[in-house]
Design a protein around this ligand. Structure first.
Ligand code: HDD
Length: 706
């Protein structure tokens, strides 16, 4: 019998959490020891105007608890947002791994995913230029498996011992704690320009991958080469990929900076709202599989986390789908207290000797001890495995379990030898029997030495607009670097990747461009690295602003709402004021929000509804006009319906042809308009199609989107 997801409510984990959920509506206010209270507004005092009494146990308990509410934020990835969901494999992967959760397409496994930025502190903005964390906890029947990945497939350093150096360099500078959540400062660029192994990852960081439109539209990567192990103990190298079904899409830098002020919770809100409205984010899990015999078949080392395996060499095989369908009930209890650990593995999944992974396997357990206050963090509700936990580990801060057995040791006879170890046939984890032999040395393998070829591969694979954005990002970031030598050194590094890149960046910084390439460009590319063409399922769940004012055409608003909603697009009517709008035919329509509280940056497209009076009002409203010009400058889909086309015409959008009288629908570079030959529904339909392209990069807009 296939297991029911019950609307994706992941039954095992749900059942486990339910009894722990607070039900304030079920009773009276009490102290932590359960004594009922009759007043929580006034402290106990000696007389009406007298001092507060020490005896006031309620006051003391309430304030003491408050004083201790905070725990240390994560040393990296402090800002995040999470959700529950479930994962189901498409088919059995028994050929490669014995991992139980990858055997049966009829069985779904509960998951919790936490997305995050890396550098900023807990209260920083979502839309900063940064890597995004993509960490998934699978609550499998064999124990928790954590896939702790990022939205970029490589990393800054090759050995975990460099991680504190890297993080100290990217975090705010230690003297003045500036800047928050930004890599655009001297210490970051000082470090990376002296650490050529970071060049590939820095290029990803300067690309639009660092500015995701949504966590729902972001790829994820396990980064390291891991190992699948089958029932016979045979290994296969594996790299993990998450692919969002909505396609991979980004914001542009100008938007990011503005959204940082307009809605610092932009990505968090987007995830929350999508799940609340039933638009459950979906991701396909894919694997690149490499037989062990091919370990040395590549011109890079599989153990080097600054390298990808190009998809054209080893294709990504889709193996299952994850759906996120439930928001946490309490941010702190769940999203903040979830504890990921790369060494949370299950039988069938093992490590390789990637030195970054080896170090991570130490760091994640260690960090939870300080962050969550002791060794019992696995007992926090969100961390509890659905598999049974049984061992001789005892006591410690916050111990939740009552262990009745006298014997907390093995071997024992008092508890009949229990808990007894399991054999691999009964699900015990057996480390892959890799043969290891070597002298103790501190030395990086020579096979890790090529720091530039794959950076060049990435650069070569970019569309023109992606290259333009990368160049602009380097100019911005390095423009914020005060030390000239650091800027020069970085340009020199870039010249090892590509001469054109180095030249363009140097020119933007007023530096002398390099005379010629330091290394000739190898000319290879990998189309899978570009975001161009990664459209996904269509326009569904995109957000559109419909601009209107009193006197708007009711037919236009209706046609827009109906057509957009039918395509799964979220349409919001914005007007000079929220509430009811008078329509041209004497009726009313609802305005969802005020123009002033929103901005074009918070939408994927902007449409101007018709209606003579409404258009006249909006033409005189600088903010409304700004919605249109700004959305156009950010290469978004823009449209005008009926007589609103004339307002669009007055904006003289460069290089765009608008419909003339009598024309049908015209879509020119994502600007949609119609003359008398087409009605509002047809405009809305063409607009919806154009919206699915995400952006229209072929517009003649002078660098604003970069
Ligand atoms: Fe890490 C958190 C991803 C290298 C040490 N890391 C953390 C999170 C993600 C990653 C997604 C947030 C998890 C959550 O949402 O709670 N980290 C990566 C990736 C890496 C990587 C993809 C390289 C491939 N990390 C890395 C190294 C070290 C760490 C080399 C240390 C040697 N990472 C940590 C940490 C964190 C962490 C300090 C902070 C909070 C936590 O673990 O729970 O232990």
């Amino acid at each position: 019998m296939p297991q029911q997801d019950q609307g994706g409510r992941t039954p095992e984990k749900q059942e486990q959490l339910d009894p722990l959920r607070d039900r304030p509506e079920d009773g009276h206010l009490t102290t932590n020891s359960g004594t009922r209270l009759h007043d929580t507004d006034n402290s106990l005092s000696a007389g009406e105007r007298g001092p507060t009494l020490m005896e006031d146990f309620h006051f003391r308990e309430k304030i003491t608890h408050f004083d201790h509410e905070r725990i240390p934020e994560r040393v990296v990835h402090a800002r995040g947002a999470g959700a529950y969901g479930h994962f189901r494999p498409y088919e059995s992967l028994a050929e490669f791994t014995k991992a139980d959760f990858l055997q049966d397409p009829d069985r779904s496994t509960p998951v919790f995913v936490r997305f995050s930025t890396v550098a900023g502190s807990r209260g920083s903005a979502d839309t900063v230029r940064d890597v995004r964390g993509f960490a998934t906890k699978f609550y499998t029947r064999e124990g928790n498996y954590d896939l702790v990945g990022n939205n970029m497939p490589v990393f800054f350093i090759q050995d975990a011992i460099k991680f504190p150096d890297f993080v100290h360099a990217v975090k705010p500078e230690p003297n003045n704690e500036i800047p928050q959540a930004q890599s655009a400062h001297d210490t970051f660029w000082d470090f990376v320009s002296l650490q050529p192994e970071s060049m590939h990852m820095v290029l990803w960081l300067m690309s639009d991958r660092a500015l995701p439109r949504s966590y729902r539209m972001m790829q994820g990567f396990g980064v390291h080469t891991f190992r699948f192990v089958d029932a016979q103990g045979c290994g296969t190298f594996v790299k993990f990929h998450w692919k969002p079904l909505l396609g991979t899409h980004s914001l542009v830098w100008d938007e990011c900076q503005k959204i940082g002020g307009q809605d610092p919770d932009f990505n968090r809100r987007d995830l929350w709202e999508a799940i609340e409205t039933g638009n459950f984010p979906e991701y396909e899990l894919g694997v690149q599989l490499v037989p062990e015999k091919d370990e040395f078949a590549f011109d890079f080392d599989l153990l080097d986390p600054t390298k990808i395996i190009p998809e054209e060499i080893v294709p990504v095989r889709p193996i299952g789908k994850m759906t996120l369908d439930r928001n946490p009930d309490n941010f702190f209890a769940e999203t903040e207290q979830i504890a990921f650990h790369t060494a949370h593995v299950v039988p069938g999944i093992d490590f390789t000797n990637d030195p970054l992974l080896q170090g991570r396997n130490f760091s994640y357990l260690d960090t939870q001890l300080i962050r969550l206050g002791g060794p019992n963090f696995e007992q926090l509700p969100v961390n509890r495995p659905v598999a049974t936990v049984r061992n001789n580990q005892r006591d410690g801060y916050g111990q939740q379990r009552i262990h009745p057995a006298r014997a907390a040791y093995a071997p024992n006879s008092l508890s009949g030898g229990c808990p007894a170890v399991a054999s691999p046939d009964h699900g015990a984890y057996l480390h892959y029997a890799e043969r290891v032999d070597g002298a103790k040395i501190r030395k990086r393998s020579e096979s890790f030495n090529d720091h530039y070829s794959q950076a060049t591969l990435f650069w070569n694979s970019m569309a023109d607009w992606e290259k333009e954005h990368i160049v602009a990002a380097y100019r911005f970031e390095l423009g914020k670097v005060d030390t000239r030598e650091i800027r020069e050194r970085t340009v020199d590094r870039l010249n090892h990747i590509d001469n054109d890149l180095a030249t363009r960046v140097a020119e933007g910084l007023g530096l002398t461009p390099p005379a010629g390439p330091a290394i000739p460009n190898h000319g290879r590319s990998s189309p899978a690295l570009s975001m161009a063409g990664q459209e996904g399922l269509g326009p569904a769940t995109r957000k559109v602003a419909v601009l209107a004012a009193d006197g708007v055409s009711a037919a236009d608003v209706r046609a827009l709402r109906d057509t957009l909603t039918a395509a799964g697009v979220i349409a919001e009517v914005l007007a000079p004021h929220p509430g009811e709008l008078r329509t041209a035919d004497g009726g009313t329509v609802a305005a969802d929000k005020a123009l002033t509280t929103m901005a074009s940056t918070l939408y994927d497209g902007v449409v101007l509804a018709g209606g003579e009076e409404s258009v006249r009002t909006l033409a005189a409203n600088g903010r409304a006009v700004h919605y249109l010009t700004e959305a156009f400058a950010h290469n978004k889909t823009v449209a005008a319906v009926g007589d609103a086309v004339e307002l669009l015409r007055t904006l003289r959008l460069p290089g765009v042809r608008l419909a003339e009288d009598g024309d049908g629908v015209v879509d020119d570079h994502g600007v949609v308009s119609a003359g008398g030959g087409a009605g509002p529904t047809e405009v809305a339909e063409t607009f919806t199609e154009a919206l699915a392209n995400h952006r229209h990069w072929d517009r003649e807009v002078d660098g604003v989107a970069a």
